[in-house]
Design a protein around this ligand. Structure first.
Ligand code: FES
Length: 180
């Protein structure tokens, strides 16, 4: 007597495939949904961060143009370069005056260097030379270097203001120097 395989096994195979296929589709859909939500949340988070950035503008905090450099007695005759790095100035003391040269070449704005051996400021860019009072005498610089405003405060300290510069025509005006 012949026995045939049970009919249920043949019928179950397509059903199992259908279940597997539907669970695969469900997994793919889940992944798609997750991807879409990740993209949406990423977009929203980026926009939110950009919105927050409005409250923290990228600002440059520059040092104050007005500052104190000590007392006239702190400076001996000649050129003092100790504030060049910090404030871009040189303090010059002559027999009767103290003044502050703003360390900017009047040709194209480079910072000259003080050469004590040559007793002059030399601009490294195009070779302009200035004497110890900042007066141009060689190279392409068209005029002397400017001087910053100087005055004494109530304690006798020198207050420098580099937002007010004096050109050579104004070198004898009050504020362009301190009598010593
Ligand atoms: S910038 Fe100083 S010589 Fe040109």
């Amino acid at each position: 007597m012949k026995t045939s395989p049970p009919a249920t096994v043949e019928r179950e195979a397509p059903a199992v495939e259908a279940v597997e296929s539907s669970s695969l589709t469900e997994t793919v859909n889940k992944l798609r949904r997750r991807l879409v939500w990740t993209a949406v949340w990423g977009f929203l988070a980026t926009n939110f961060l950009m919105f927050l950035r409005f409250f923290f503008p990228r600002a440059l905090f520059e040092p104050s143009p007005v500052f104190r450099i000590g007392y006239p007695s702190d400076f001996s005759l000649g050129v003092d370069t100790r504030f060049q790095e910090q404030y871009r100035i040189w303090v010059v003391r002559t027999t009767d005056r103290l003044f502050v040269i703003y360390a900017r070449c009047t040709h194209l704005g480079c910072t000259p260097m003080w050469s004590p051996t040559e007793n002059k400021f030399k601009c490294p860019c195009h070779g302009s030379g200035f004497d110890m009072e900042g007066i141009n005498f060689e190279g392409p610089a068209p005029r002397p270097m400017d001087r910053a405003k100087v005055e004494l405060d109530a304690q006798g300290q020198i207050v420098v203001d580099v937002s007010r510069l004096y050109t050579s025509k104004e070198f004898n005006e009050p504020g362009a120097y301190i009598p010593v």
